[in-house]
Write a protein that binds this ligand. Structure first.
Ligand code: HEC
Length: 203
């Protein structure tokens, strides 16, 4: 490039830089104009987000303190009577969805197995599992006619799945089976595990 041209172009460049600086002169605290703000801001209450003071609650806060006497999850004390091995953390399950091997190794059913807990597990099973897995666990529930791939608990591939594995599958789901952790609390899940283990024996 000729020297003359360099002078010419650098002049243009300086003008461009100056323009760019002018056009960036905007108040960063000004959000600008919003078109249809209720499309961006939720109308309902959000637990961790609040745009305006709440006119109903004390101190304008949408989040309220738990009512007096509320029991924190990790202090949920379960008592099953004889043979109880429940620890204080029964209600907190931290093993991530992709770590079923850990669940298999470390989990033990804290709910003692007796007629009462097994009967409760059966009720829960009928409510949450039977429509797919069938009354005897053979994978022949009414929904399974349409929702393919429901296994038979007593078949060779499934009869030896251990308690931790089953608890984890109920909580997080597996492949075509959906998670149930949000619908069934841990105590109930462990009771269902007892009942599934009975079905695994083909009983
Ligand atoms: C919508 C139908 C459906 C419901 C409801 C359902 N399951 Fe399943 N379940 C399946 C299907 C399908 C599979 C096979 C998953 C796969 O491997 O694709 C399965 C697999 C399983 C397995 C074997 C997991 C493995 O390691 O392969 C267990 C144990 C199980 N379910 C237990 C339960 C229990 C207990 C309930 C009730 C809380 C339940 N399921 C509810 C459809 C269902």
């Amino acid at each position: 490039m000729k020297l003359k041209n360099i002078y010419k172009y650098s002049g243009t460049l300086i003008v461009m830089v100056m323009l760019a600086m002018v056009s960036c002169d905007r108040d960063p605290n000004n959000p600008g104009k919003e078109y249809a703000p209720n499309m961006y801001l939720p109308v309902g209450y959000e637990p961790y987000k609040q745009e305006k003071p709440n006119p109903v609650n004390p101190m304008g806060l949408t989040m309220r303190l738990p009512v007096e006497g509320t029991v924190a999850r990790r202090n949920y004390k379960t008592s099953f009577g004889d043979g109880d091995s429940a620890q204080v953390d029964l209600m907190v399950y931290n093993i991530p969805a992709d770590s079923i091997e850990i669940a298999e190794k470390v989990l033990k059913n804290p709910v003692p197995l007796n007629d009462k807990t097994l009967a409760e597990g059966k009720v829960m099973y009928e409510r949450y599992c039977q429509h797919c897995h069938g009354a005897s666990g053979a994978g022949d529930g009414k929904v399974a006619a349409m929702y393919k791939g429901v296994p038979n608990y007593a078949s060779d591939a499934y009869k030896n799945l251990n308690e931790g594995h089953i608890f984890h599958v109920i909580t997080h789901g597996k492949a075509r089976m959906w998670p149930h952790g949000s619908q069934i609390n841990p105590e109930e899940r462990w009771k269902i595990v007892h009942y599934v283990q009975k079905l695994q024996k083909g009983a």
